[in-house]
Ligand binder design. Structure first.
Ligand SMILES: [Fe+2]
Length: 289
């Protein structure tokens, strides 16, 4: 859960919704959301029927890029160890990357935002959470989705493989690393992610299991990374003191320690910009050394 959000930042961007202090704006937002969601559900059925004849064949294997070969992991491990985050370009090899781009889901699979703090589209039916039967691709709500996008099914399997776990263990200097969840997101002009802390960072006690977040930027464009959804790390919740802002958002990944008190978010996206991204969470056995 996101905490420590600045209401001032939201107010200045017209994204503050509170029934008590801004009733008209809040009611308008909720009505708009309800109507757009109804339209989406209607369109989704039609699009699924059309998409059945346009499926993309999945790649035989999912392969990581050269930067994730064992011999090249040292510098990312060092940076993660000292700064609690690292950024890896060319995350997947070119063939895999192209296939994932070819399989990015249609907009009808993404829900309209629920509030102004996470003002971008989120895909419920492609959501995967370990241990929850209703969020796997064998569950009825995900089955149809993964039949249409078999490349994503292969990708999810790969992320849950021992090969991927080994890489995360090395980078984060952890004894164990287990995939915990996957989310696919879509953002465009006007989207916004309020700088926030994750609750896991707040309530941690010594010895607790910790999380690491991997934001995988698949494709973005239309403006600079800062203004096309480049999730950055900040010392504050108003974008005043950046620690790191991604330099490219095509096949790159920002990996950060979930218990570090990093504010993360991105400012209003510029007209014409777009961003396709995924978030992978790994549960680590112990705090990185
Ligand atoms: Fe977060």
């Amino acid at each position: 859960m996101a905490v420590h959000i600045s209401n001032d930042v939201l107010k200045r961007r017209g994204l503050f919704y509170s029934l008590r202090s801004r009733p008209l704006q809040t009611i308008y937002f909720r009505m708009k959301r309800a109507i757009l969601e109804r339209i989406r559900v209607y369109r989704r059925r039609k699009i699924i029927n059309k998409l059945k004849s346009f499926t993309v064949s999945p790649p035989a294997t999912i392969t990581l890029g050269e930067n994730l070969e064992l011999k090249n992991l040292g510098k990312f491990r060092e940076q993660f160890n000292s700064e609690k985050y690292t950024f890896i370009k060319d995350f997947f090899c070119t063939d895999t990357y192209n296939k994932i781009c070819d399989s990015f889901p249609h907009e009808v699979f993404f829900n309209y935002p629920k509030d102004g703090t996470k003002f971008y589209s989120w895909s419920d039916e492609s959501r995967w959470i370990r241990g929850r039967n209703n969020t796997t691709y064998t569950a009825s709500n995900g089955k149809q989705f993964f039949e249409l996008y078999p490349t994503l099914k292969n990708l999810y399997d790969f992320l849950d493989s021992s090969e991927m776990s080994e890489k995360v263990k090395i980078i984060t200097n952890s004894r164990d690393a287990e995939l915990s969840s996957i989310a696919i997101t879509r953002a465009q002009e006007g989207s916004f992610l309020s700088p926030h802390l994750d609750t896991i960072g707040e309530n941690r006690k010594a010895g607790d299991k910790v999380m690491c977040n991997i934001i995988y930027f698949l494709l973005a464009g239309g403006s600079s990374p800062e203004h096309s959804g480049g999730t950055g790390l900040y010392l504050d919740n108003e974008f005043n003191n950046p620690i790191f802002i991604p330099t490219t958002m095509r096949n790159s990944a920002l990996i950060y320690d979930g218990v570090e008190q990093f504010y993360h978010g991105y400012d209003l996206m510029a007209p014409g910009s777009f961003r396709w991204a995924m978030v992978f969470q790994f549960k680590l056995s112990e705090a990185p050394l």
